[in-house]
Design a protein around this ligand. Structure first.
Ligand code: SF4
Length: 427
């Protein structure tokens, strides 16, 4: 097999080898993140500086989710721009001006880079600074790249949040400790988490990204942050540069991940452990009831992950430890060893982790493994179904609220339903 170099994970006692694979990839680009980000930050607008391909990707990925006044659009770079016959910066300024005149609700505008803007070396950070000067204080303009050359799928959110980090005001060093939850969560999940933190005894909790761009937390050496998503390496770095300190924890998927996530925050804030235990135990008991029917269907079944959303490791941990599934291969675009250290320690020892992708080699391994369930991107699902395999689209796992105790049963259902459907078709 070409392009496969095993390497070790330098993390405590964890000794599962990680295979590095390089070759053709089958992953969405970072523009896709706009689909959930534009629904989260209610006064933001995402202007993709891209091609018709980018516009088509957004339309098909957004599908039915486009409403009357969408909060994203594509400024098309055409042949004249590519041939250097027009001043792209002037055109961009005109488009932004027209957009902001028409949409007075926009408070934060993101210029989102794409493959074409990268190819013509359009400097979007200068454009954003220029436009910010022009439209401040009513609108701020930021930029980040969602280009397929630089980013995969969920990395768009990482780049977006990293670009927002400088907007957070500095908190004084003597301010009371506060907790910042980092990573886009559905509003319903955010509300549940806020209530549970209050019940546990942590009142000063803020979320990043916020629901409106003006409602930003302040940040400083007394900020402790907890990642809600495992794909936020650049955003985490940007927050740490502002003094915030990460609370190490697994991710809030399933009863176990969610309780360890809350517990880590409570430990960092010195909350009485007996109280924490009591509050969480009641939640865990309820989740276990909701998981039981899914466990019956999934226990002993094998699952194979193609690299896509970067949620693969926490999902594999949840499926193996709480539902009894057997992950045979976990593909992941990038493995952030530090952020995933707690997760990696909980994986079964006989697991194969593959970082990066060589899609043909991986398809070969998948065909040999004949897993009961394959988690993969949209592009691979149909060919694999045609081979008789049962698939789950990984994009659904990013669009659906899956974090927290209340959502654990729904998360399990996302994996058990395709198998049930296959059984019904076979009957
Ligand atoms: S950014 Fe690149 S990969 Fe993404 S849709 Fe546009 S051209 Fe395609």
């Amino acid at each position: 097999m070409n392009n496969v170099v095993p390497s070790g994970i330098a993390s405590k006692d964890f000794s599962i080898p990680v295979i590095q694979e390089r070759g053709q990839r089958e992953v969405f680009c970072g523009l896709t993140g706009i689909i959930w980000l534009h629904r989260k930050i209610h006064d933001a607008f995402f202007l993709i500086v891209g091609s018709r391909t980018c516009a088509h990707l957004m339309q098909s990925a957004a599908g039915v989710m486009i409403f009357a006044e969408p909060r994203f659009a594509t400024a098309i770079i055409d042949e004249r721009d590519l041939a250097g016959l027009a001043d792209v910066n002037d055109e961009l300024d005109r488009i932004v001006e027209r957009l902001l005149q028409r949409r007075s609700d926009i408070r934060l505008l993101f210029l989102v880079g794409s493959c074409p803007s990268e190819v013509i070396k359009l400097d979007l950070s200068r454009a954003a600074a220029r436009l910010s000067r022009k439209f401040l204080p009513s609108v701020r303009v930021l930029n980040y790249s969602g280009s397929g050359i630089e980013t995969t799928f969920t990395q768009g959110e990482d780049a977006c949040l990293a670009s927002m980090a400088p907007l957070l005001a500095g908190a004084p060093a003597n301010e009371a400790p506060s907790l910042l939850i980092v990573g886009t969560l559905a509003d319903v999940v955010e509300d549940q988490f806020q209530r549970l933190f209050a019940e546990l005894g942590i009142d000063k909790v803020r979320f990043f990204p916020p629901r409106t761009s003006t409602d930003l937390a302040s940040i400083g050496p007394n900020t402790r942050y907890l990642l809600a998503q495992p794909f936020l390496a650049d955003a985490a770095r940007a927050l740490e540069e502002r003094g915030a300190v990460r609370i190490a924890a697994p991710f809030p998927l399933g009863a176990e991940g969610t309780s360890l996530w809350f517990k880590a925050a409570c430990d960092a804030f010195g909350i009485d452990s007996e109280h924490v235990q009591k509050v969480l135990a009641a939640k865990i008991a309820r989740v276990q009831l909701s998981l039981a029917p899914h466990r019956e269907r999934l226990a002993g079944k094998t699952v194979f992950f193609f690299p896509d959303s970067q949620l693969e490791i926490p999902l594999a941990r949840f499926l193996s430890r709480e539902l009894g599934m057997r992950p045979v291969e976990i593909g992941i675009p990038f493995l952030h060893r530090k952020h995933l250290a707690e997760e990696l320690e909980m994986l079964p020892p006989d697991i194969r982790i593959v970082e990066g992708q060589h899609v043909d080699n991986q398809l070969d391994r998948c065909r040999v493994a004949k897993p009961d369930l394959v988690v993969c991107g949209l592009g691979l699902a149909n060919p694999l179904e045609a081979l008789g395999m049962t698939t789950k689209w990984s994009i659904e796992l990013v669009f659906t609220p899956i974090q927290g105790f209340e959502q654990a049963g729904d998360l399990a259902g996302l994996f058990s339903r395709p198998l049930q459907r296959r059984l019904k078709l076979a009957a």
